[in-house]
Ligand binder design. Structure first.
Ligand SMILES: Cc1cc2nc3c(=O)[nH]c(=O)nc-3n(C[C@H](O)[C@H](O)[C@H](O)COP(=O)(O)O)c2cc1C
Ligand code: SF4
Length: 496
């Protein structure tokens, strides 16, 4: 492990920026043109109501990004199912359209119409908090023959074979982890130490068996609502730890035609896309975010992703946004009473790499994945734009990625939180004033606790922090909820 410094940057002049690839337009789909190839990828800031509604804080969050005028903002993962899911945005019913339309209005107003705005559509399966072990053994565990046989084999006592449930439960609750590992199944151990979590492979459960029958319509209805709300497009969330990524995963062993083989695993994502495409106008952009590498044992690798990327492009997706990792399978054990979080293990680090990293470091770390996928798509004769993300914190890095052909669009998440004006500053030749992300993941730790996401840098008193007293603050009053305000200096002729 090495701690990588945030290297000083040679920022471009305004002229150089104007001639750059990063600040040149890109066409997304048949009709949508993003003014630049800069992109703020989806980020959940935990500002919605518990009912999934847009709040003034949500509007401030997106309005603040829009003032930096990125080419595209992708609004956070928004649920397509009408179920309580905490302060996550939802688009699972017509009642959400009016609120979501306000985000679009705010982005258009604050960016003077320069930023395109997409909505990320997500489906996720249920996950429970890690149980108190006593409760788990007393109530949740389904005691069966395998437990009795294991206890009998472990103790050499045949009376376990017909022991009453209560005796088995009490004894299991008293065993230490090493013995439990021999007595419980891997799934039961996972429920005990991580919390029970549904999987797409649980086809013995009707609602999970029926996902392929249900999801295309759910995504299509959500996309239709997003178009009605005025969004320029949607990003289908096929990445990280969620339902669609689980269908794409090598760990998807379903035998109903929606798993096991490459063709089977990509089938539902393609069916969802086709249903969505058929449900919206041709002006509306439809792309997806998927994983270039799952980064977990037995999971999908870049080879799978290259295949999926070509399939998605052939099917007519308008863009392919490449992410990495972020899985439950290698997540850290949560504390009892808390839920597992898919960005805490090694695959989580690959998704949001920090300065504490291996020799390769976090900067542009995931570009090789985008490059390989883009090369395969181009080899198939398809021009679908590819979006890369992961540790992009400078103009030079973005520009090199585009010049090398790693990607067609370069996204930055945390650098855009740290300084939402950074795109505009660079375009104006004011790169020296960019507030640079530290890549130590204070923001991501807040996300993990489902607390309102903010940046550690926003609360430092700075000369440009004139609005510190009036800025909206987190519930505990300690942190400002939006980045300090910034205005471009007046030009020589006095115009702002
Ligand atoms: C607070 C936070 C929330 C995020 N939420 C989402 C999300 O809703 N959907 C998604 O696809 N990625 C999400 N991400 C991942 C980012 O979009 C991005 O891929 C990742 O942070 C790596 O890019 P970066 O190095 O520029 O930060 C989130 C990241 C952060 C820091
Ligand atoms: S909290 Fe840290 S990692 Fe997150 S945006 Fe701010 S500086 Fe970057």
């Amino acid at each position: 492990m090495v701690t990588h410094p945030i290297a000083p940057e040679a920022w471009p002049t305004a002229d150089q920026a104007a001639r750059s690839l990063w600040f040149s337009p890109v066409k997304l789909g048949l009709h949508c043109v993003a003014r630049t190839r800069s992109w703020v990828p989806a980020m959940v800031p935990w500002r919605a109501t518990d009912e999934g509604d847009v709040t003034p804080d949500v509007l401030d969050w997106y309005g603040r990004f829009a003032r930096g005028r990125p080419g595209v903002i992708v609004v956070e993962a928004t649920g397509i199912r009408d179920v309580p899911s905490g302060p996550l945005l939802r688009i699972s019913h017509d009642r959400f359209v009016t609120g979501l339309a306000r985000i679009v209005d705010r982005v258009r107003t604050e960016s003077a119409g320069e930023t395109r705005v997409f909505l990320q559509l997500i489906d996720f399966l249920s996950i429970r908090r890690r149980p108190d072990p006593r409760k788990y053994f007393a109530r949740f565990l389904r005691v069966g023959a395998s437990h009795r046989e294991s206890l009998s084999a472990t103790t050499g006592d045949p009376s376990w074979l017909d022991a009453a449930d209560d005796r088995v439960r009490t004894t299991l609750a008293s065993l230490d982890e090493e013995i439990l590992e021999r007595v419980l199944t891997p799934r039961e151990l996972d429920e005990l130490f991580m919390g029970a979590r549904e999987r797409v492979t649980d086809t013995h459960e009707l609602h999970l068996r029926n996902l392929p029958g249900e999801l295309p319509d759910r995504f299509a209805e959500a996309a239709r609502r997003a178009e009605r709300a005025g969004f320029d497009g949607v990003e289908l969330h096929y990445a990280h730890a969620y339902t669609m990524a689980s269908f794409l995963s090598r760990l998807n062993t379903r035998t109903d035609g929606y798993g096991s083989t490459l063709e089977g695993r990509v089938r539902l994502p393609l069916e969802v896309f086709r249903r969505v495409r058929a449900s919206v106008s041709e002006r509306f952009v439809v792309g997806c975010r998927f994983l270039g590498d799952e980064c977990i044992d037995g999971g999908s690798t870049l080879d799978d992703a290259v295949h999926f990327g070509v399939e998605f492009a052939r099917a007519g997706m308008d863009f392919l946004s490449v992410s990495k990792g972020g899985k439950f399978e290698d997540a850290r054990r949560p504390r009892v009473g808390e839920a597992a979080y898919p960005y805490t293990g090694p695959s989580g680090h690959e998704c949001m790499p920090t300065v504490r990293s291996d020799a390769r470091g976090p900067f542009g770390r995931n570009l090789p994945l985008a490059r390989a996928i883009r090369a395969a798509v181009r080899q198939a004769g398809i021009a679908t734009p590819v979006v890369a993300a992961g540790g992009i914190n400078s103009f030079a890095l973005a520009e090199q990625a585009l010049a090398r052909g790693d990607a067609d669009v370069v996204a930055s998440a945390r650098q855009s939180i740290a300084d939402p004006d950074w795109f505009l500053k660079v375009q104006l030749g004011l790169g020296e004033s960019v507030r640079r992300c530290k890549f130590t993941n204070y923001c991501e730790a807040l996300d993990q606790m489902h607390k309102q996401v903010t940046c550690q840098l926003w609360d430092r008193i700075r000369p440009d922090d004139a609005d510190a007293a009036s800025a909206p603050r987190s519930r505990d009053g300690r942190r400002r909820l939006v980045a300090p305000s910034w205005s471009p200096p007046p030009s020589d002729d006095g115009t702002p």
